[in-house]
Design a protein around this ligand. Structure first.
Ligand code: TGC
Ligand code: FAD
Length: 389
């Protein structure tokens, strides 16, 4: 098949350090060995071996990769981004596993947790023995988490949580959830072991997207927690939104992986598929598609790399991450759909990864802030006017 390096029209590889290239190579190999041979089957059955994969990802330091201490790898933001890209070249669901574990659940505990919470949870989350999830969205409150209905009330020194979280990645199999709830003092975060009495989870079935990922509902029915379950440093909506910024950064890179995989397959297909007595890659209309997609992919990569370098310099703003998430997911989805046309009927077959990636990217366009929400974040930055409400 066409080598991936041939898509690097601008020699952007030269912008990476040797260490970044090495990390990328390790993750690419892991995806080639452990994911590619099986992922179509996982997708079709809607059953991926999430626990086994988490342990394998933990072994190579992918979980909480950009965090320091507690067994985390302490890698740079760019290295973390490259890992997300390679994982999502396998499947968005596997990048989701790493995003939710490292950037949402672990990050929330790492940034806002007590020493005791960090010691208890982070080391085994980094190895993948403990799976975490992040409950912000509710059935009636998605884009507007400030309106959440889940309630935490004090009872003596305990907290009692009541409410429902919906569309929560890994909820059906997780050991622990970071749950965001409304209190008399505002929004607060809680570390909730999922075997606590009053917690129940349910798998969401009939997903037509992100099928190699487990998604579920968490019902909290008078769940009693000790005072030590509260994340002491998390105060207000800003806390969960700061976790989203971490995960959105990974998606800026990850979406490019799905798009690259589609383009790699479409290019190879176009060179080998003959119609009207010549390869379809020889038709100008096909070349125009391939050229436009390769250009968008390179532009997206430059954007991701710029944001990564800003993050490593400690200078990245949330609205800049919105620019990356909006552009790279939107363009990745356009690329995936265009690649599907190049494969003709084979484009709809699970024997090729293209429609699987396109279908996954429909989820990626929606979670971690829909495209419209990121447009409004950018609009607010430009105009100084918040159009959300
Ligand atoms: P607003 O008044 O704008 O902000 C409240 C406070 O938060 C600050 N802030 C942020 N801080 C860090 N990072 C961000 N991205 C931030 N956005 C806002 C803000 O400065 C303010 O601070 P302060 O000090 O003034 O209190 O809040 P709002 O209620 O008007 O909402 C703004 C809006 C719409 C942008 C926000 O609600 C939003 O982003 N909505 C989208 C919700 C969302 O993305 N949900 C994702 C759920 S998790 C998920 O999808 C996981 S999928 C993972 C996977 O499987 O990979
Ligand atoms: P809504 O907020 O109801 O939006 C519906 C439509 O209205 C969208 O097009 C939206 O852009 C538009 N809209 C809303 N408000 C405005 C506005 N002010 N202006 C213009 N347009 C607007 N959440 C978690 O907390 N944790 C998870 O682990 C998680 N994993 C997920 C996994 C999957 C597979 C999926 C599909 C979702 C997941 N989510 C998770 C939920 C996800 O974050 C939400 O679906 C997303 O935030 C959008 O919320 P919603 O679906 O309620 O849509």
């Amino acid at each position: 098949s066409a080598p991936v390096s041939s898509l690097d029209l601008l020699d952007l590889d030269a912008l990476l350090s040797e260490e970044e290239r090495q990390i990328r190579a390790v993750v690419r190999q892991l995806v080639d060995d452990r994911v590619r041979p099986h992922v179509a089957g996982w997708y079709e059955s809607g059953q991926a071996p999430i626990r086994e994969l988490a342990v394998e990802f933990g072994k190579v330091g992918l979980l909480g990769m950009h965090l320091t201490g507690y067994g985390c790898a302490g890698a740079s933001a760019v290295a973390y981004g490259l890992a997300c890209l390679e994982l999502e070249a396998g499947d968005s669901g596997l990048r989701s596993l790493v995003s939710v574990q490292g950037s949402l659940a672990m990050y929330a505990i790492w940034r806002y947790g007590s020493d005791e919470q960090k010691q208890r949870w982070l080391p085994t989350m980094a190895t993948g023995e403990t799976i975490g999830c992040f409950g912000l969205t509710e059935p009636d409150h998605g884009s507007d988490p400030a309106s959440m209905a889940t309630r935490a009330r004090r009872d003596g020194t305990d907290w009692v949580l009541t409410g429902t979280k919906m569309w929560i990645t890994n909820a059906p199999l997780a050991d622990v959830a970071v749950i965001w709830a409304r209190t008399d003092e505002g929004i607060r975060g809680f570390v909730v072991p999922l075997d606590t009495p009053g917690v129940s989870t349910r798998e969401i079935r009939q997903k037509m997207s992100l099928r190699a990922s487990s998604t579920g509902e968490i019902v909290l029915d008078g769940v009693r927690l000790p005072a030590t379950a509260q994340l002491p440093a998390a105060s207000g909506l800003k806390a969960p939104l700061s976790c989203l910024t971490e995960a959105r950064f990974g998606i800026v890179w990850g979406a490019l992986g799905a798009a690259r995989d589609c383009l790699r397959v479409a290019l190879d297909y176009a060179v080998h598929r003959t119609q009207f007595g010549r390869p379809i890659a020889g038709f100008q209309l096909t070349q125009a598609k391939l050229a436009d997609m390769a250009v968008e992919l390179q532009k997206g990569y430059l954007l991701a790399l710029h944001l990564g370098r800003l993050a490593d310099a400690g200078a990245l703003r949330p609205d800049q991450v919105s620019v990356g998430k909006l552009n790279n997911v939107r363009e990745a989805l356009t690329i995936a759909r265009e690649c599907r046309t190049i494969l003709g009927a084979n484009g709809i077959s699970g024997e090729y990864p293209v429609l699987r990636h396109a279908s996954n990217l429909e989820t990626v366009l929606t979670y971690e802030g829909t495209s419209e929400i990121h447009q409004l974040v950018i609009g607010q930055r430009l105009t100084g006017i918040a159009a959300f409400s």
